[in-house]
Design a protein around this ligand. Structure first.
Ligand code: LLP
Length: 422
């Protein structure tokens, strides 16, 4: 459920009519709902309420400061995967003890910065990284709390590009080597083992792969404890999927996910951490664009928008489906006809949907891409020198621009000429 609903035939973000924002900000833009973000975060809180837990928002899915502050104020921790994301979390006021640092390729600088400013734990992905982290920590006179991310060799049954828990994927240490690498961890002076981490992929629409992975982690936890390690925390990653279409998708609810976690891991007496991104941010955001042209092609019509693949890459990159709806509600009586919905970028990949039934639209009409809050703005680029589009946050009847559209001068002046061209 989200808070982008039609009221009197006009799509609203909470209590704000979207045409009002479009008139003030210009299109295209991203728009987020505070109520939806809050609701989704709280669903996880409730789902895990029977257990000692921390919900760490995966800020790679949506990393604007206003979003992080909103979630941080609710008590969220943050999962970061780069020094930049770590700094974003700190800047939003998240204390280091609520920040977990994931990722296969952390640099010494990133490790040192996080150790100096406070960290809940590093989710370490290899023996090599462990040694480097231990070295960085001892140089600073610190000890780095770690989990090892274990690759359980479970197929998440999701899109190929976002499955991360099979043995051929680059992530984690093979579960068969885990005990040996924990032994190494225990021997390193700059390392303190605190738990185990697993993340098998994103947009999972079935609990079975999660359960298979968590069962393996439970078994491993018992073995590691028998080996003498203090495993007090399990980080279960993110990955719970969302419905991208209104009708035919029914991914498991956070409550069901939480009940399964309780059932599989509840008797281990551990603190549970999860790292959801998409489920919190996905349906809390939309992309609003304007119709530029309706072009009659041969055998097909093209709806050309001012938003493009550089603003929302998911359809081009993963063949992802997003609902696209007019801001002025189409009544049931209006006849819909199939159009290819495309952007202005100069490649055919800049196609959001093919043969999508849409009501008749004219230039200037507004359309909305639903479920665009996660992996939307954060994956945008300036391809074709199209400025990164603004982000707007709504709360009840108020809205605020939380990232402004840059000017062309700002974009162009980032380039510098070498002296031989001046
Ligand atoms: N934790 C780790 C270690 C991750 O790698 C990810 C996502 C998450 C948590 C959050 O997963 P979520 O709850 O959002 O599924 N750009 C792709 C998704 C990439 C996901 C990468 N890792 C997309 O647009 O579908």
């Amino acid at each position: 459920m989200d808070h982008f609903q039609y009221k009197n035939g006009i799509l609203h973000a909470e209590d704000v009519p979207l045409p009002d924002i479009a008139a003030a900000v210009g299109t295209p833009f991203y728009c987020y709902s505070t109520a939806t973000l809050t609701r989704h975060f709280r669903l996880f809180e409730e789902a895990l309420s029977g257990m000692n837990h921390l919900v760490c928002f995966a800020i790679k899915s949506l990393s604007n400061q206003a979003i992080l502050r909103t979630l941080g104020d609710l008590g969220a921790g943050m999962d970061v995967v780069s020094g930049g994301e770590y700094r974003r979390a700190l800047a939003a006021g998240i204390p280091g003890e609520r920040i977990v640092f994931s990722g296969v390729g952390k640099t010494r600088d990133e490790m040192g910065f996080a150790l100096a400013h406070g960290i809940r734990q590093f989710n370490v992905e290899s023996a090599e990284e462990l040694r480097v982290l231990s070295g960085v920590a001892t140089t600073l006179g610190a000890v780095a709390p770690i989990t090892l991310r274990v690759n359980p060799d479970v197929d998440a049954k999701t899109h190929e590009k976002i499955a991360t828990g099979r043995k051929e994927d680059k992530f984690g240490v093979p579960i068969s080597q885990a005990r040996e690498i924990y032994r190494l961890a225990a021997s390193l002076p700059g390392i303190e083992v605190v738990g185990v981490d697993v993340h098998i992929g994103s947009q999972l629409t079935d609990l079975a792969p999660f359960e298979a992975a968590f069962t393996k982690i439970a078994d491993l936890t018992r073995l590691l404890r028998a080996d003498g390690h203090s495993i007090r925390r399990l980080d279960l990653g993110g990955g719970l999927g969302i419905p991208y279409t209104r009708s035919n998708e029914t991914p498991p609810l956070p409550m069901e996910y939480g009940a399964m976690i309780q059932r599989v891991l509840g008797d281990l007496d551990v603190e549970i951490e999860i790292e959801p991104g998409r489920l919190i941010s996905g349906n809390a955001g939309i992309l609003v664009a304007s119709v530029l042209y309706l072009k009659k092609g041969e055998g097909r019509d093209f709806l050309i928008l001012d938003g493009a693949m550089n603003d929302l890459i998911r359809p081009a990159m993963y063949g992802a489906y997003h609902d696209i709806v007019p801001v002025v509600e189409a009544t049931a009586a209006v006849e819909q006809s199939p159009v290819d919905i495309v952007g202005p970028v100069c490649e055919s990949g800049d196609t959001f949907a093919k043969g999508r039934d849409m009501p008749p639209l004219v230039p200037g009409d507004l359309v909305v891409f639903r479920s665009a809050g996660a992996y939307g703005a954060v994956m945008a680029s300036e391809y074709n020198t199209r400025p990164l589009i603004p982000e707007v946050l709504v709360k009840n009847d108020q809205y605020a621009v939380i990232r402004a559209r840059p000017s062309f001068d700002e974009i162009i002046n980032r380039d510098t000429l070498p002296k031989w061209l001046r």
